[in-house]
Design a protein around this ligand. Structure first.
Ligand SMILES: [Cu+2]
Length: 68
């Protein structure tokens, strides 16, 4: 089990939070997703077959890319 925290600058409202949480939770292996509107951070707990590359690719695909 691994926990990562990403900065996602495109989080602007609760809709963004909801979209991110719903989409990332659908990735196989993801255990939990917490997106925070105030800090624009996303905390994700996951296990294989999920990995950071897949999660970051998904976030980019739904227009919430992780800050470099
Ligand atoms: Cu929004």
């Amino acid at each position: 089990m691994k926990t990562v925290t990403y900065s996602v600058p495109n989080i602007n409202c609760m809709h963004c939070v909801h979209t991110i949480q719903t989409e990332v939770a659908d990735v196989q292996g993801v255990q939990s997703v917490k997106a925070d509107q105030a800090t624009r951070m996303v905390e994700i707990v996951f296990d294989a077959p999920a990995d950071e590359a897949k999660i970051k690719a998904l976030l980019a695909e739904i227009n919430y890319p992780v800050a470099a």
